[in-house]
Design a protein around this ligand. Structure first.
Ligand code: F6P
Length: 340
């Protein structure tokens, strides 16, 4: 069988280990793999490179993706879908492994609906793909944000300030939740919980009164209402570019104005997406990449390799993409246990 592999959407730590796992598992079973460059753009435009085992052996600890990525939607523009089908035929692809988040996997599902042999592997630092317990990328990205908040604690303490750290995560608050829980923030603001300004100010005042400084984590996707920062552009899948809204900076202005505590903000942005994958992500990406190959070899196309209760299994695209995974009330309850 001739495999093709692509990585689409925002990059995250774990993509290279996943590519490595696909190539080496396929090779172990006697099959060759080619890589498509820059996500669906590479399939559309025929940008291909061979991937021999020697090309991927050293990728276990490498951040980013050696294949490149893009937010190209191959079904957005007239004529592109035909180009995708033509490339797959020209390259004689018998199994395509699409590694990506909701958008990349939705395009993979569409390709499968059109009769092509596709399997999926979920990734994203946002951890918001519904059908899997965790996506790789999340643990590594959140560890970077935890490190950032711990550094901000030192300077907040020294200057008796409040500091707001804005983290990524789009419309799911997993990264903010993980950062707030693991670094001990005083307030963590998630998109899943309606913004409550009086409660925020009360908690900041309480934290400053108790220990002389306050740490706030804000997910980029929170809705601050009419006075929020201006909106950014949109990507090809129609998603707003949230970091342009700078909710962290806006929150810092409001906190300083209303509590009288000097306040600063930091936006960690794409720093979260780089660097070596953490242990959990290396192993999860490796398991899911290998499982995707196994699914294809078993003829189980139209499925996504996911993590369920500790096991890696295949589930249909529709099930994996049924609804985005957001932070549940149980997690919110745990989080607020540690807020003033
Ligand atoms: O989906 C991953 C993510 O990092 C989001 O958390 C963030 O909103 C978005 O990508 C940023 O996208 P871009 O890299 O296109 O600016």
């Amino acid at each position: 069988m001739r495999f093709g592999v692509l990585t689409g959407g925002g990059d995250c730590p774990g993509l290279n280990p996943a590519i490595r796992a696909v190539v080496l598992r396929a090779a172990k079973r006697g099959h060759a793999t080619v890589g498509f460059l820059d996500g669906w753009k590479g399939v559309r435009d025929g940008l291909v490179r061979p991937l021999a085992p020697a090309d991927v052996l050293g990728l276990i600890d490498r951040g980013g993706t050696v294949l490149g990525s893009s937010r190209t939607n191959p079904f957005a523009k007239e004529g592109d879908a035909e180009k995708v089908l033509a490339t797959l035929a020209k390259e004689r692809i018998e199994a395509l492994v699409a590694i990506g988040g909701d958008d990349t996997l939705s395009a993979a599902r569409e390709l499968h609906r059109r009769g092509r042999p596709v399997v999926g592997v979920p990734k994203t630092m946002d951890n918001d793909v519904g059908g899997t317990d965790w996506t790789f990328g999340f643990h590594s990205a959140t560890a970077v944000a935890v490190d950032a908040l711990e550094r901000l604690r030192d300077t907040a303490q020294s200057h008796h300030r409040a500091i707001v750290l804005e983290v990524m995560g789009r419309h799911a608050g997993w990264v903010a939740l993980g950062t707030g829980l693991a670094a001990g923030a005083d307030v963590t603001l998630l998109p899943e919980v309606p913004y409550d300004e009086p409660a925020l100010m009360r908690k900041v005042r309480a934290a400053v009164a108790a220990r002389g400084y306050a740490l706030v984590v804000a997910s980029e996707g929170i809705d601050l209402g009419a006075r929020r920062g201006s909106a950014g552009g949109k990507d090809e899948f129609g998603h707003e570019l949230l970091r342009e809204r700078e909710v962290g900076a806006e929150l810092a202005r409001r906190i300083q104005e209303q509590t009288g505590t000097e306040t600063r903000s930091a936006q960690i942005g794409h720093i979260q997406r780089g660097g070596a994958p953490e242990l959990f992500d290396r192993i999860l990406a490796t398991r899911l990449g290998a499982t995707a190959v196994d699914l294809a070899l078993a003829g189980r196309f139209g499925q996504v390799a996911v993590l369920r209760g500790g096991a890696t299994v295949g589930v249909p695209f529709d099930e994996a993409l049924a609804s985005p995974k957001t932070v549940s009330p149980e997690w919110v309850d745990l989080l607020t246990t540690f807020e003033p």
